[in-house]
Write a protein that binds this ligand. Structure first.
Ligand code: TYM
Length: 372
């Protein structure tokens, strides 16, 4: 405790700016988060209706963790709208954002004073810190990001936002001292990059950033055996993605439940003729087992054991199709019960909180660079 206090005094000694009362309040919140509470944070872009992959891989795990930990942790759920504009947006971004927040509520997110919902672009500190971190990160480490390589592949000229995407993501995380960042497996590399940037910065300037947990610990915290990657239904070597053209390759959260069931029935499997969880040799069958476990919130191992030794892929597909269509019926009904007004009120409250916490952290960083 004494060490913690000494650290606080050292960090804030001479900070003229913390004399303003709202900044002081936010600074105190930051300190409490640093020393007493963990922050759990995640974001999902709102470029279109979400897929079952987004839902099972990121949204639902976050809702379960938030409900479990919101009494003793800060829960930050935000919409990275600046990340959205690196590519085309289907429909109106503002409407998509409201719909994304409704998804969390329809998935059962419980709101209390520790749950904060906000839009990235309504907290300008994200862009400001992104620029500063651009001067800490290296071209080499950013060029190695798989998502950047995939998104820029074949493009004659790729926008700089696609390249800088993970640095903005690092700013999103570090501003709020987040320890846990529930995300799908495709984003793990960005967490490792965030950790490296934070450690490099702290090494030079002192312990200003909380370094997020390692991906192995993130996975443990999410209580999933491994990172989640829901596969494309037609080409299970690939992840299910909203940008894939073929309609039958993905399930969208607004799909007609009967249509979604048909998509599952036409999913690609294999010719090995045994139901087994083996993502390497049987990705299609394994994907179905994984979906079945996540939709019903039961351990994957229980589902795998229940189907072990069976040979009829049609039976497995029918069961998964039934589970997914039932989930969609319930989920879509809940979506209609949530009003835009309810969402706007949450955003207004969340953005006030987020600006306070983010500005206080940004000020520490600006001072480290003698910008303030
Ligand atoms: P986005 O919108 O591309 O993806 C949102 C989340 O959905 C997960 N996901 C999947 N999980 C399992 N199987 C799939 N097929 C699948 N497809 C998508 C992604 O892993 C992700 O967790 N860069 C983030 C958005 C972001 C963010 C942040 C997240 C911006 N800043 C800070 C956390 C913290 C992204 O991938 O969004």
């Amino acid at each position: 405790m004494c060490g913690a206090l000494a650290h606080l005094v050292e960090r804030f000694h001479g900070m003229e700016e913390v004399r303003s009362s709202s900044l002081l309040r936010s600074t105190i919140i930051n300190l409490m988060v640093d020393f007493y509470m963990k922050t759990i944070l995640t974001g999902i872009r709102s470029n279109s209706v979400l897929t079952l992959g987004n839902y099972l891989g990121a949204l639902l795990p976050m809702v379960r963790l938030a409900n479990k930990h919101s009494k003793d942790s800060q829960i930050n759920i935000f919409v990275p709208d600046l990340h959205s504009i690196i590519s085309d947006v289907d429909g109106d971004l503002r409407e998509n954002i409201i719909r994304t927040i409704k998804y969390y509520l329809a998935a059962g997110l419980e709101i209390n004073e520790n749950v904060h919902i906000y839009r990235q672009s309504y907290v300008p500190a994200h862009s400001e810190l992104c620029w500063i971190l651009n001067c800490v990160a290296t071209m080499g480490e950013t060029s190695r990001m798989t998502q950047y390589k995939e998104k820029s592949k074949g493009q004659e000229s790729c926008n700089v936002g696609i390249f800088d995407y993970p640095i903005l993501m690092a700013a999103d995380i570090l501003l709020y001292s987040a320890t846990y960042v529930p995300i799908g497996e495709d984003q793990f590399q960005h967490i490792e990059l965030t950790r490296n940037i934070a450690m490099r910065f702290n090494h030079k300037f002192g312990e200003i950033f909380t370094v997020p947990a390692k991906t192995a610990d993130q996975v443990k915290f999410m209580e999933v055996s491994d990172g989640i990657r829901i596969r494309d239904l037609l080409n299970p070597e690939k992840k299910m993605s909203k940008s894939t053209k073929a309609e039958n390759s993905k399930i969208m959260l607004d799909d007609d439940p009967a249509k979604a069931a048909k998509k599952i029935m036409s999913a690609t499997t294999d010719s090995l003729g045994k139901v087994k969880f083996d993502m390497f040799n049987q990705p299609g069958v394994s994907n179905l087992l994984q979906i079945e476990a996540l939709v019903n919130d039961v351990p994957l191992q229980d589902v795998v054991s229940a189907w072990a030794g069976t040979t009829r892929y049609g039976d497995l597909k029918s069961k998964v199709a039934e589970s997914v269509s039932k989930m969609l019926v319930d989920f879509q009904a809940k979506m209609t019960e949530i009003s835009d007004k309810q969402v706007c009120e949450l955003l207004e409250k969340g953005e006030k909180y987020a600006n306070g916490v983010a500005n206080a952290k940004l000020l520490e960083v600006q001072r480290a660079f003698h910008l303030r």
